[in-house]
Design a binder for this molecule. Sequence first.
Ligand SMILES: [Zn+2]
Length: 560
Amino acid sequence: MADDTHASAQQGFSADEKLARKMAQLGAQQKEQETQMLGYSAGLPYVSLVGIPISAGALAVIREGDARGYRAVCFLETLGEKKIGVVDPYNEETKKFLQHLQEEKHDTFSIFVISQNSLESALKLYGQIPQIKEDIGGVEITESDIEKYGSEYADIRTLNEKLHDKSVTDILTIIVSVALNTGSSDIHVEAEEGDIKARLRIDGILHDIATLPLEYWKQIASRIKLLSGLKINIVDRPQDGRFTIHYKNDKVEVRVSTLPTGYGESVVMRLLRSTATGLSFEDLGLSPYAHKLLKAEIDKPNGMVITTGPTGSGKTTTLYAILNYLNSSEIKIITLEDPIEYKLAGVNQSQIDADKGYTFAGGLRSILRQDPDIIMVGEIRDLETADTAINAALTGHLVLSTIHTNSAAGAVPRFLAMGVKEFLLAPSLNALIGQRLVRRLCPECKKEAALDAPTKEKAERILHGISPLAGVNVDFLKLKFWTAEGCDACHGLAYKGRIGIYEVMVMSPEIEQLILSKSASEYQIQEMAVKNGMVTMVQDGLLRALEGVTSAEEVFSVAD
Ligand SMILES: [Zn+2]
């Protein structure tokens, strides 16, 4: 635990504060000059550590107890060199201690002379930190913590009141444990005007989980910075760091970013689970009808399969699942990504670097010379990339990519607006996929519930629009919708996990004609696709709602 009494005693000015401060200042200046002289006599450089930034990594080179006992601190850590400040360079015990430490760390130590004042200013940094761990990059939050807190704080609705009697060290551990147990993607901890807000992003949505006293800020921020290798005493500039948590045979990488704000800082921790790669094509949650349609298109040896949707709609995940399905040793797959989100075994993944001129368009031409069977291009956003991708699709390659439009049909006018020739686009397209993510109702606490009249009317109208060719039967006399109230299994959120809702548009002679006409609108293409049997995203979502997988409200919040 932190020991702040040391620091506050130093600042305990009494009645005649101004004079006392002035005296102290003069005294301190004199001490610094004496220290400089000591440096000359010992043949060592002098440095003042007051107010200079010291990274947590540097600080951790010497443990707090040793730093106090031997009056020595590490204040700078570079590759192969550590700079150590000592108050008494003639002390034999200190010399012996540093000698041992240097051998243990296999590192070069450069020794500087520092004043007692410098030492104390550095020791205060330890004081802000609950615990200095020798291995900063490793496991600070243990698996047993995560399991214990996971069951103790199952329902996040009651988390805040339960935190009241906890220490600052425990609070951060609890928040991170709850984040891991709820499958959160991000932890936000922000200093606000009167307090600290902690929030978790779970299944795409931010939830307030705790409000803490502002006095805790320094310690909470320091502990996060210590864990992630950031400089503890820098609060006025953004910093980026990371640490790793070992959990359930998985490594969770936590990427930390800090940003100065009006009331302190905002800290965001992104949790990256390394085993998120296992998504299979079967697990995408496509309806049997869409599954069959899409499977036929990705089994073809050539052509383009394009997923559409806004950021965060899961379109890249869908491409990875398709690649997982297609991946085999007889087939050469090359990807061009920005960034590479998951590593796929047996796939040649290539990272775009626009600053070095390695763009989607240029990269695509290069990988075509590598004789691939299947190409995945992260995103098509310009004519050059589109033309090269289409050319590849027409010359015997299966090309997978994404395009940023709201619906499957919207991809056609987008390609044409880029300047793609309609007579090249029409024959190169296999399938266009539109998709959104919706939260899945908690299976433990979901129950049937009637919709309010306008929502019910809207849902029925949309379901009536499903094409007879889609092969879907809806019993309009027995429409059932569902809701949930929240329980321990879903951490009180009523939802648990997400699934995709999809529309899969495949080419038909009528749609090809519309593309070749050049003037067809997104609406006309969509209408024709529905006539041909396409189930739209919102229809697909409502069918899932009738099955009790999600709620109608959730579907309408992402599609209509
Ligand atoms: Zn539940």
